[in-house]
Design a protein around this ligand. Structure first.
Ligand SMILES: *[C@@H]1O[C@H](CO)[C@@H](O)[C@H](O)[C@H]1NC(C)=O
Ligand SMILES: *[C@@H]1O[C@H](CO)[C@@H](O)[C@H](O)[C@H]1NC(C)=O
Ligand SMILES: *[C@@H]1O[C@H](CO)[C@@H](O)[C@H](O)[C@H]1NC(C)=O
Length: 479
């Protein structure tokens, strides 16, 4: 009897650990990688996007954390829209992560970071169009938004931020994104003419205020003073945008395997365990409770907002604690790339979204003039698997306000030929993708034939599962 009870206790403990490791996955903080973004593309060895911070040679957790914060600075330059002059831009698909937000979790028994979520144009970081944005958002009652989205506020407005709320930094990040895309796609390449209407756009957001507000901030500077009647935002309930095709047992299988990998890497890291024990002592709670409160999510907020880490009568959480947790995230990300479980998960998770994107591009290539500008406003757990599935393994984990852009171009000399380019935070990653890597080696092209992307999504994506389609790959037994 005693033995049996002990067994049940162990079982419960195991379940708890599994749950904790599962939460980690969704803490949206799976880390970043040292970037060698130009390594695969000899043509772009010259740095086109100088970073305000000098890039150090080895992994530097503080440098990586700053990149993740993505604090708005001077307008960045980017490689969006750079093609031969006879190419015509016919469609653009933008997938964004929401901007800077207040933490999703609180560290128990500590004072939460004191951050103001009211928009005030005199406070830094600011944007010349911030006030006009607020005015325009207050007039948005005519917008058509799916169910729950229409009841969300269109911009943040709490003197003390709520959990997960978009901050002014987050709004400014996306005002900058929109402005940058406007210069290139609207002014230079005339993607939409002034008589555009609702049918030219396809907008989709998850049901969080931070994603809706991020999307609206980007749209506001991309299409200044847009007519609200033309704004129709669809609600996406799934963070991987799988809509009506979410049933995929093998996707869940690989995610669970990936979480097991993550868990065993964590328990092997004695430095990390020591930091959790230490921090738990400072805060005065059991270690497991501290770990479950996902302290790195909160600490990143203190860090990004230059607020000193919390103290109690037992001491202070320090930058050394922060560095060790952040370094572990970076190591976890590296192992994740090597072990492939996440890659298998990502292929299955992102098929519905990539399929939809390919379908839209094909319709445009056939001459249809609708849905030429697509915006998906989403999360790190949306962008990260898309990068993985496309084979862009050099990319860092999505920072706040990260953007992934798919451009579709028509060859002005041979009208039937279409090309795509893919850009991550302004860097051309087209030839890092698994389906266009070789293409670049043998030619001097600046874009990838649309066919290559179509064949990848419609056929080759599932070949690693020894399978030719989504349904089959989703229901097949593990390799
Ligand atoms: C961060 O805060 C410290 C004092 O708390 C201040 O000296 C420093 O200038 C601040 N840095 C930035 C970038 O605001
Ligand atoms: C993929 O796109 C095709 C249209 O080309 C559609 O019939 C199919 O339902 C889509 N599959 C999924 C899983 O989204
Ligand atoms: C792949 O599929 C083929 C045909 O169905 C089968 O003969 C082969 O054994 C499969 N290979 C693996 C590794 O499952």
């Amino acid at each position: 009897m005693l033995f049996r009870n002990r067994f049940l206790l162990l079982l419960a403990l195991a379940a708890l650990l599994a749950f904790l490791s599962l939460s980690l996955q969704f803490l949206h903080l799976i880390p970043v990688n040292p970037v060698k973004e130009d390594a695969l593309n000899p043509k772009s060895r010259k740095r086109i996007m100088p970073d305000p911070l000098t890039e150090p040679p080895a992994i530097d957790p503080i440098y990586e954390a700053r990149v993740y914060c993505n604090i708005p600075t001077i307008t960045e330059r980017s490689m969006e829209g750079q093609v031969p002059h006879y190419f015509k831009l016919v469609s653009v698909h933008v997938l964004i992560r929401h901007g800077d937000r207040y933490p999703l979790y609180a560290i128990p028994k500590t004072k939460r970071p004191d951050i103001d979520c009211m928009l005030v144009s005199s406070r830094k970081p600011s944007h010349p169009q911030l006030e006009a944005f607020i005015r325009h958002m207050s007039k948005g009652s005519e917008a058509q938004m799916d169910g729950t989205l229409s009841s969300l506020p269109r911009y943040p407005s709490h003197a003390s931020c709520e959990m997960g709320e978009l901050t002014q930094t987050g709004v400014v990040q996306h005002l900058q994104n929109g402005q940058l895309l406007r210069e290139i796609y609207m002014k230079k390449h005339k993607l939409l003419l002034s008589d555009w209407t609702a049918k030219h756009l396809y907008l989709e957001s998850t049901g969080k205020s931070r994603t809706l507000q991020s999307g609206l901030a980007l749209l506001y500077t991309l299409l200044p003073d847009f007519d609200w009647k033309n704004i129709n935002v669809r609600h996406q309930w799934s963070t991987i945008f799988c809509s009506g095709s979410c049933d995929c047992p093998m996707r869940n299988h690989y995610l669970e395997e990936e979480q097991r990998r993550q868990y065993s890497l964590r328990v092997k890291n004695s430095d990390l365990e020591r930091v959790y024990v230490d921090m738990a002592k400072i805060v005065g709670i059991p270690t497991r409770q501290l770990r479950a409160s996902n302290p790195i999510d909160s600490l990143l907020c203190y860090f990004c907002h230059n607020v000193s880490f919390p103290c109690t009568k037992n001491g202070c959480i320090s930058i050394e604690h922060f560095k060790i947790i952040k370094t572990h995230q970076l190591e976890d990300e590296r192992e994740r790339q090597e072990k492939k479980l996440y890659f298998f998960y990502a292929l299955l998770a992102t098929y519905p979204l990539l399929n939809q994107t390919v379908n839209r591009m094909q319709r445009i290539a056939e001459g249809k003039k609708e849905e030429v500008l697509v915006l998906y406003s989403a999360h790190d757990v949306t962008l990260s698997p898309v990068l993985s599935a496309l084979g862009i393994t050099e990319a860092r984990f999505p920072r706040f306000a990260a953007r992934l852009v798919f451009e579709l171009w028509q060859d002005g000399k041979k009208h039937r030929e279409h090309f795509i380019r893919i850009l991550y935070n302004g860097v051309d990653v087209t030839f890092q993708t698994s389906f266009c890597q070789d293409y670049n080696m043998h030619s001097s092209k600046s874009a990838c034939p649309l066919e290559k992307f179509v064949h990848f999504v419609k056929r080759d994506m599932f070949s690693v599962f020894n399978s030719t389609n989504y349904y089959d790959a989703c229901h097949r037994r593990p390799l």
